[in-house]
Write a protein that binds this ligand. Sequence first.
Ligand code: PEP
Ligand code: MG
Length: 590
Amino acid sequence: MERTLQGISASPGIVVGPVHFLRWEVPDIPQHILADDAVEDEILRFHDARERARERLHHVRDRAAKRAGPEEAQIFEMQELLLDDPEMLKHVESLIRHSLGAEQAFHQHMSDWRQAFSRHASAELRERVGDILDVEIRVLSLLLGLPDHDPVDVPKGANAVLVTHDLTPSLTVQLDREAIAGIATDAGTRTSHIAILTRSLGIPAVVGLRDATARLRGDELVILDGTAGTLNVNPTAEEIQRYRERAADEAIRESELSSLVDVEAVTLDGVRLTLRVNLDLPEEAELASRSGADGVGLMRTEFLVLSRTTMPDEDEQYDAYSRVVRCFPGQAVIIRTFDLGGDKLPVGGYPHEANPFLGWRAIRMCLDQPDMFKTQLRAMLRAAEHGDLRILLPLVVSIDEVLATRTLLREAASELASNGVPHKTSVPLGVMVETPAAALTADAMVDEVDFFSIGSNDLVQYTLAVDRGNANLAERFTPLHPGVLRLIKRTADIGRARQLEVCVCGEMASDPLTAYALIGLGITHLSVAHRAVPLIKRLVRNMSVKDAEESMGKALKSGSAFAVGAVLQASLDRIAVAGEVALAHPAELG
Ligand code: PEP
Ligand code: MG
C-alpha cells in the first residue's frame, strides 16, 4: 500500500497518533435462514446485544453529561428507551421465529421505523430518525462483533487521528478535543463545512482522501499533516523526526506572523482595507479578538444548534452574541442568522431531501418558522445594546426575503419594547451574496440593505454547479472562474456606486492568491479565518491596489480559471520578490 495518502489540506498542524476509525453507518448484514432449533438461542443473542448496547449508552451518557451537561446527555437517554420499546421487541422476536437472523430481523424493524418516522408530519418525530439510526448501528455492530467505533467515546489523552468517510458538523462539535488530535476524511474539500469547522476549532485536518477508510485497517500509527494535506501511514522513526522538525518550523513561522497583529492593513499605495475575522463558535471570540482583525465579518450561528436536541432559547443566544460583541468594543460584529440545512443538520436531522443544498435551508427555513426566527432576532437586538452588532441573512435570492425579515425585525423589537427589555430598535441589516440570483439582483436590493457580504463558497458552488463538499470535484471548484469573478465584480461595482460596504467572507478571502484577485476587483472588506488574519495582512502590506486592479483587468480577458490564476500568480510572485516575503501557498492557510 502507498504509505502516504494525499488529500486536501483543511486545517493546518501536524499530529502523530494512532488511527481511530469511525464507521458510523449501518453495516453490511449477512443473509441467512435459521434452523428451527437455533431460534431460541438467536433470540437470546439479540437480547444480549441489546443489553450490551444499553451498557455502552449508559457509559456514553455519563461522559456526555460530565463534559457537556445534562441536556446533551438527554439524547442518549432517549436512545436507551428505544432499546426497550415493546412493539419493537415483539416484532423482532417474531421475525426471528420466522427464521430470520437477529441482525436481519432487527435491521428490518429499525429501517421500517426510520422510513415511517422520516415521513411523519410532526417535526419532533422526524427528528427521532437520527436516534433510531444510532441505536440500529450500535446493536448491529455488537451482533456482528465489529470493533467499537463510537464517535464520542475515545479515551482522553489518546491523541488519536479520527479517520472516517465523512463527518457531519454535528458530530464534529461533539468530539472530545482531549481525545481526538486530528481528523482525516475520505470526503470533503477546503470549503466544505467540516473543513471550515476544523479550522475554527484548531484541529489539524485533511479531507478529500477519497478511500483512506478502505485502505487502512484501523490499527496503524499515522502522521497527519494538515498543512500539506497528507496522511503518512506507519511512519519510520526518521519520518516522525522530520515531521517534528516541520511542526517546529511552523510554530516559528506563526510567531513571525504574530508581529503583524498591531499593524494596519494598508497597501503600498496607501489604501486602508478592512480585515475582519470569521467565527464559528462564541468561544473563539477571545482568541480571535487578539488576531489584529477589525471586528467580526461573519459569525455563523448555526453551530450553536448542531449537536443538540433542542434549539437554544433567547437568553442562551443573547449570552452567546453578547459575549462576541463585548470582545470587539468599537468594532463591527456581523452575526448571521441560522444557516441550517444543507449539510448543517441538527441532531436527528431534518426531513429527507433529494437535494439538500437546493432545499429547505437558511433564510427559507427561518422565514417559514417565524417563532424560531424571531427568538433569534430578539436575542440579536438585545445583544446589540453592547456594541456594533449587525445582522446578516444567508442564502438570499430575492428582495422579498429581506422585506419579510424587516417585518419580523420590527415585530421582534416591539415585543421586546412591550416587555420592557433593553434592546436596540434597529441595527444594520445585510445580505449574503452567495447565489447568482443575489449577485444579479444586487441592484434591486441595494436600497433595502445596509451592506453586502459575498459568500464565495456557495457562490462558486451555485455558479459552477459544483458541490463544494465533493472530493471528486475538488479540482473543478475554481473560485477564479471568470463567471464567478464577474458576479463578484458586479456586486462590488453596485456597492461602490452607492457607497455601500461589500465584504467577502467566503474562503476566497483567506487565500493570498484569491484575496489578491478580490482586491483587484474592487473589494475593500475581507473577512477571514482568524489564523489567516496576519497572512492576509502581510499580503496587503506588500501589494498595491493599482497593481492588483491592472492584473485583474488583464486576467479577466481570459476565459478560464486556469488562465486567470496564471496572470495573478505572476503578479503575486513579483510582489513576493520585491517585498522579500514568502506569500504562502493556500495549503499553509488556517
Ligand atoms: C459562503 O458560502 O461563502 C459562506 C461564507 O457561508 P458558509 O461557508 O457558512 O456557507
Ligand atoms: Mg454560504
